[in-house]
Design a protein around this ligand. Structure first.
Ligand SMILES: *[C@@H]1O[C@H](CO)[C@@H](O)[C@H](O)[C@H]1NC(C)=O
Ligand SMILES: *[C@@H]1O[C@H](CO)[C@@H](O)[C@H](O)[C@H]1NC(C)=O
Ligand SMILES: *[C@@H]1O[C@H](CO)[C@@H](O)[C@H](O)[C@H]1NC(C)=O
Ligand SMILES: *[C@@H]1O[C@H](CO)[C@@H](O)[C@H](O)[C@H]1NC(C)=O
Ligand SMILES: [Zn+2]
Length: 454
């Protein structure tokens, strides 16, 4: 709160008005009423100015804003309190944070979410509707290693940046190796995915870009880390291994901050740290088996495009999809199927609107939503396993991740309400002051989060 600014505004108002009066009693009355009025004005100003009191901070060394977008995969909201995370907390303390976390898109899976973050589009519009899916016309399979441009719709930020005559650098991000539009995935600025590259080496490569002449430093950079998702799947979110992975990510963030400080760029650079989704514990008792529905409808394994947590079923076209849905739900709600009440099946067009998961012919016609922490399998295998999963309804708090923005256009210590990750595209184009492509973020969002320009 900048009280100095308030005083400057209100004091001249009192002095100029009181100087007009000449009769002592009138003067007294005037002073009383004027001070009442000024008190009211003061309080009005106080409240209006308790919004951002400052404007964005000018760049000291860079000729253009630079954004580093960092993803820590599966960084569930709340992990930042598991263990001391001094570096992440430096960003929080002097930056802007989504107070109750960042809301992923549905399905809360890695590829759909990373690509929503960089396109501002819900999955049906950017095309990456799952980590694995089929082209409904050709039958071609999309996997996480597919780099043909036909899969990847929309305009990712690296392409937007190049369209605006600037340069971008990607150190891993789903979709970044796809040659599309003006983005050629140039050798010097586009790293090909290799999960064995040490996190430290990824940070050091990004830091090296700051040794370029300032007008050649890419204005948008991505950094991706597989942890703590990796550990979360294996042992669940509340295991000590996850705590250690969080601590290690914090150290990696520290390496980036210190490197930027040494080079004198930390105050100029905008760091946006996000995750793609959260993580919830799963265990062997929390299972629903499709074979248990056989007396209502037989679900063949080759109909099932994905089991869990996103159940996606595509029966042959001589079946009535509505009939399959009705029979599945009849079985599930009969009380005779183990955990049947934990799964509900929908025609995709009947899914709740808020999930934005219908408007693509890549999405199979039948979608099942399973309760938090439950899993769907074809049949009993007898395998006992506990671990962690994500992919559930994005309404579950356990699926939330983090958003922290630190840099010249983010207020220090500001907290904003939770928002969906499709807002990030417009936020970054606003920071970079470039023109973006149409997307599903709202126009007013950036204004509500960023400091006004000086
Ligand atoms: C926040 O920024 C101020 C001003 O640059 C600085 O003095 C302070 O050390 C920073 N705090 C943290 C926790 O980094
Ligand atoms: C992946 O990275 C590791 C570690 O840097 C390296 O040893 C390996 O050669 C790389 N693999 C490929 C295919 O580039
Ligand atoms: C659909 O076609 C398959 C193979 O031709 C056949 O086995 C199945 O019984 C048919 N189902 C219905 C509901 O017509
Ligand atoms: C999302 O954006 C796409 C592309 O601009 C548009 O076609 C679609 O209608 C939007 N959907 C929603 C729910 O805003
Ligand atoms: Zn992920």
């Amino acid at each position: 709160m900048d009280t100095k600014q308030v005083e400057e505004v209100s004091t001249p108002f009192i002095t100029s008005s009181t100087s007009h009066s000449n009769k002592p009693t009138l003067l007294l009355k005037l002073i009383t009423s004027m001070s009442l009025i000024s008190a009211i004005i003061f309080s009005l100003l106080f409240f209006s100015l308790s919004e951002p009191t400052t404007t964005s901070r000018p760049l000291k060394k860079l000729p253009h804003p630079v954004v580093i977008l960092i993803s820590s995969d599966g960084f569930r909201f709340g992990y930042q309190f598991k263990t001391p995370t001094p570096n992440i907390h430096r960003l929080i303390t002097n930056g802007t944070e989504a107070i109750t976390g960042l809301i992923p898109v549905f399905p809360t899976l890695t590829f759909p979410n990373h690509y929503s973050i960089v396109t501002g589009l819900y999955p049906p519009h950017h095309g990456i509707i799952n980590n694995f899916f089929y082209d409904p016309i050709t039958g071609d399979k999309f996997t996480m290693a597919s780099h043909q441009s036909k899969w990847w719709l929309g305009q990712p930020l690296w392409e937007t940046v190049v369209n605006n005559g600037l340069s971008a650098a990607t150190y891993f991000w789903p979709g970044s190796e796809v040659i599309k539009g003006s983005w050629t995935c140039p050798d010097e600025f586009c790293k090909h995915y290799n999960g064995s590259v040490h996190f430290e080496d990824r940070v050091d490569s990004v830091l090296d870009y700051f040794d370029l002449p300032v007008d050649q430093i890419p204005v948008f950079m991505t950094l991706y880390f597989e942890d703590p998702d990796h550990q979360g799947h294996q042992v669940g979110p509340d295991d000590d291994e996850v705590t250690q992975a969080v601590s290690r990510i914090d150290g990696i963030i520290g390496r980036l901050i210190n490197g930027l400080e040494k080079k004198g760029f930390f105050d100029d650079v905008t760091i946006i740290m996000v995750g793609d989704h959260g993580m919830v514990a799963t265990c062997d008792q929390k299972l629903v088996f499709l074979d248990d529905l056989a007396s209502w409808v037989e679900i063949k394994t080759n109909w099932v495009h994905s089991y869990t947590p996103l159940l996606a079923i595509w029966p042959p076209s001589n079946y009535s999809y509505a009939d399959v849905v009705a029979k599945m739900n009849e079985g599930l709600s009969s009380g005779k199927v183990e955990n049947g009440n934990k799964l509900k099946v929908f025609l995709k067009e009947d899914l709740p609107e808020r999930l934005h998961y219908a408007d693509s012919d890549r999405i199979p016609p039948i979608i099942g939503l399973v309760h938090e922490g439950y899993k769907v399998e074809q049949s009993r295998t007898g395998n006992k396993e506990c671990g962690g999963a994500h992919g559930y309804d994005n309404e579950f708090f356990s699926m939330r991740t983090i958003f922290i923005g630190h840099g010249p256009q983010f207020a220090r210590g500001k907290k904003v309400p939770s928002f969906e990750n499709v807002e990030i595209y417009n936020l970054i184009t606003s920071i970079l002051n470039i023109k973006g492509a149409p997307n599903n973020g709202s126009d007013s969002f950036s204004q509500s989060v960023l400091l006004p320009n000086a």
